[in-house]
Structure formats: C-alpha cells, structure tokens
Design a protein around this ligand. Structure first.
Ligand SMILES: Cc1cc2nc3c(=O)[nH]c(=O)nc-3n(C[C@H](O)[C@H](O)[C@H](O)COP(=O)(O)OP(=O)(O)OC[C@H]3O[C@@H](n4cnc5c(N)ncnc54)[C@H](O)[C@@H]3O)c2cc1C
Length: 447
C-alpha cells in the first residue's frame, strides 16, 4: 500500500490484520475531477483488529481489556476528551461501583437488564472492578451505604488509572472524531470522517445514550427500546411540603399507586418536591410508566416506613404514657419537628391538643398522614448527581457472553447504549465495566 506506516510492525495474519498491530496508511487521493490529475487531499486510514466507538466508561474499559489481551485497538471519541462522564460522576468523586459482591443481589439493582447481567456478573462483578483498579494503583474505600469511591475522592484518579492502562496497552485513542458513517463489508467494519478512514475486523459500539449510536445499531439490524430518562426527582406542589425544604427522614416507604411499585430509603424534601435515594430508586423502577403518563402520578408516602397498625398502636400508647403532654410538644416518632407539626395540621389535629384527648378518629387520620399521605406528582425534576437513560439496544439481540450482536457478526455493544440501567450507588458504572470487559475479551479473541 502506498505510503503505508505500521505502528507497531505489521503482522498480517491469516484472514486479516494481526492482533497486536495497527496499520496506518496515508495515500494521496485523486480529486473528484480526476481527469485533471490534480492531487487534492491526503486520505488517512487506520487498520486495526478492533474499532471502539465511544470513549466513555464502557468503551474505554473494553478497549483497555482488549488491548491488554493482545488486540490492536483504535478508540474513536466524538468529544474533545474521553471519560467525560467519569469526570463529573458522583459529584466529582466517581462512585465507581458498589460493594455488593453477590451476583444474585447485584442484579436486583437494575430495573432493566438485571436478568441478562446475572451471567456476566459471574465473570466480572464489583469485586473484580475493585481488584482491577487496585491493581492499577487506585486506593478505594467503601462508604457505609456500600458505595465505592477512590480514597482521593477525585474522579481524576480513576481517569488517570484508565488512561495509564490504555497507554501501556497501546490503545490508539483519537478524540474529536465526528464519524459520518460506519459500514460493514467482507473485511469487517469501516468508519469514516471526511477523508479519514478507520477499519476494524470487529466493532464495538459504546456510545452511551448518544442518538447516533442508536442510528448505527438500527442500521445493523437492531431494534431500539425507546430511550426515556431514569433517576430523577419528583416535582410536587403541595401545602404539606411548603417551607420544609431541606428536611429529611431516614427510612420512608414510597409507592407509585397507579403502578403499585414501592421503594424504601432516605427521603428529602426539596424546593420542588421530593428527592433522596427512595425517590431516585422509585423513579428508576417506574421510569417507563412515568414517561408514558407524562410524569403525572400519585405518590403515597409512608414517612415512617412502618405498617399503619404499628403506628396506631404507638399513638394509642402515647395517650397513656404522654397523656398530659400536648401532641406538638411530645412527638410519638423520631421525625423532624416541623414535619410532625405539618402532619398534625394535615390530619386536622391541633398541636396544643393533649394526648389524652386524642380521639380514635383523629388517631386514624394522623396514622393516615404518617403512613399513607397522597401527593400528586406533576412532573420530573433534575438530579444533577447522576442520571441515566433507560432503553437502548434490545437485550435479546445480544449475546451476553461476548456482548456480540446476534444479528450482525463482529459487532459488539457495551454500556448505556444497551437497554440496561441501574439505580444510584455505582451500579451504572458496574454494568459499563462488566459489559465493557466481556466485549473487550471477545474483541481480543476475535470470536
Ligand atoms: C452527572 C452524572 C453523574 C453520574 N455519576 C455516576 C456515579 O457516580 N456512579 C455510577 O455508577 N454512574 C454514574 N453515572 C452514570 C454513568 O456515568 C453512566 O452509566 C456511564 O457513564 C455509562 O457509560 P458508557 O460508556 O456506556 O456511556 P458514556 O459514559 O455516556 O460514554 C459514551 C461515549 O461515547 C461518545 N459518543 C457518543 N456518540 C458518539 C459518536 N457518534 N461517535 C463517537 N463517540 C460518541 C460520547 O461522547 C461518550 O464519551 C452518572 C451520570 C451522570 C450524567
């Protein structure tokens, strides 16, 4: 080939490019008006065994895994930098995974994709992620809720480790590549941007929730489950919440009544409505139905996370043990005082009323407010710490041993481009590392 430059030395194998080498070809291209014989531009081609499109967590991890296993890998990223989401993740600290080490437990954190991830987690799970980063010099810590962060509390530590590994394994990373097209032919895949051309025997699409990735997946025969947002807060305008912004309870139970879906955990009142882990989890499990309903739904709030019988029993006890005290002065439950007062008001029970005078009807109303208050969700709020997209490449079209397409041989997928999403806590990165690792291994094996 004219002007061919091989980095490192080319080893053409039977049936294609050798695994550990990338062939760079520069050849002069005839201009369109080639009759004149003008030489107008230089076409640059790169030939590798594997092309990875998308330099996020999944694509980058796959590229490193494949290159460490001996593949020649070119990674093409549209943005100016790779791993941009890793940088902003976890409030700049990068919640890299979750210390949930039992695959059967781990899959329970995925509203979509849990079933498919069970097999993959037996090959590469949170424990492996931690070992991977530790082996590459990253000290990690497990917080009390199971979330795993670098000890530095800097996402840059994770980025540095990944980039060092990529350099060492000789992954060719190219940023600012706005690909115009990707095509498949007898030799594999061919990606183009202007005059530049990249060829790979195998292609990994790891473009996250980027629309172009879905276009390519469709082009290769895949169906896309319509993307909808997941992990968001609930916009609620209700007098019971007015002025309570910043108040939190430890263990609320929330139910989306129309969907009969519940989640428990910490709950936070915000200026706009409700947030906190319980809301985010529920938003994920209800993402699709909430989207279909235009983000209008009825939320039932149990502020105590206790069954109503237990609450009624406690209220009854209070009538004896706190008979002379006012309800406002002596709370029956460990709730923020202002919330307690607000709920008393909502139940139509005066704060100054003595416990001894509380009637059975009033007890019933108060227990109702405490355990089954209904709130109208009027929309979806933003959650800046983390949000993900539910939907993407349909999972039954992918082989979860290799992340290879069942419809287009040689094409692989990893990360958020798939119809997989997890709740908060490091589970989204874990699915990116796991699917990236499997895809990377398969790219290297070339099968
Ligand atoms: C603010 C925020 C914080 C988060 N924090 C956490 C957290 O702490 N823990 C956690 O587990 N999850 C977190 N997540 C979710 C997590 O970031 C994603 O699940 C994860 O990044 C998915 O990885 P991915 O590689 O599949 O996709 P992405 O990280 O989105 O990467 C896709 C890459 O492909 C590139 N791309 C797209 N289209 C093209 C194209 N046409 N050509 C070339 N390149 C293209 C993109 O530029 C991007 O670099 C957070 C998300 C957000 C938004």
């Amino acid at each position: 080939m004219k002007g061919a430059r091989v980095v490192p030395p080319l080893q053409r194998g039977v049936g294609g490019i050798g695994r550990g080498c990338i062939l760079e070809v520069e050849k002069e291209k005839q201009s369109l008006s080639s009759e004149t014989g003008d030489r107008k531009s230089v076409v640059k081609s790169m030939i590798s065994s594997s092309l990875v499109v998308g330099g996020g967590a999944a694509g980058f991890f796959a590229a490193v895994t494949a290159a460490e296993a001996g593949a020649s890998v070119v990674l093409l990223e549209r943005g100016r930098e790779v791993l941009a989401k890793v940088r902003i993740s976890g409030g700049g600290r990068c919640n890299v995974t979750n210390a949930c080490f039992e695959p059967k437990q781990l899959v329970r954190h995925y509203p979509r994709g849990g079933r498919e991830l069970l097999g993959p987690f037996h090959h590469f799970q949170s424990r492996d992620t931690m070992a991977w980063f530790r082996k590459r010099g990253v000290d990690l810590k497990i917080e009390s809720d199971g979330r795993v962060f670098p000890v530095s509390d800097q996402s840059q530590t994770i980025i540095d480790a990944l980039r060092r590994a990529a350099r060492k394994a000789n992954v060719q990373v190219q940023t600012g590549v706005a690909l115009a097209e990707i095509n498949r032919d007898a030799d594999g895949f061919c990606a183009k941007q202007g005059d530049a051309l990249w060829r790979g025997e195998r292609l990994l699409l790891a473009t996250g929730s980027g629309a172009q990735g879905y276009v390519w997946a469709r082009q290769f025969g895949h169906s896309i489950v319509p993307p909808v947002p997941s992990l968001f807060t609930f916009a609620i305008s209700d007098p019971r919440l007015n002025g309570l912004s910043g108040i939190a309870v430890e263990n609320a139970e929330l139910t989306l009544l129309e969907q009969d879906k519940s989640q428990s955990g910490p709950l936070l009142v915000t200026h706009w409505g409700l947030s906190g882990p319980a809301v985010l989890k529920l938003s994920a499990w209800g993402a699709r139905e909430l989207s279909a309903g235009g983000y209008k739904a009825t939320l039932q709030v149990n502020w105590l996370g206790l069954p109503s019988e237990d609450v009624l029993r406690r209220l009854s006890e209070m009538r004896t043990v706190a008979a002379r005290n006012s309800l406002g002065a002596r709370m029956a439950f460990p709730l923020p005082q202002r919330l307690w007062e607000r709920l008393l008001g909502a139940a139509g029970v005066g704060e100054g009323r003595r416990w001894a005078d509380l009637t059975a009807v009033e007890s019933g109303r108060l227990a109702g407010e405490l355990t089954a208050g209904r709130f109208a969700i009027s929309g979806k709020g933003a959650f800046k710490e983390e949000f993900v997209t539910a939907g993407g490449v349909s999972l039954n079209e992918v082989n979860f041993s290799t992340m290879e397409s069942r419809l287009c041989p040689g094409l692989h997928f990893a990360g958020e481009i798939l119809d997989i999403d997890g709740v908060t806590g490091g589970f989204n990165f874990q699915s990116a590392w796991t699917t990236g690792w499997l895809a990377g291994r398969a790219l290297a094996k070339g099968r």
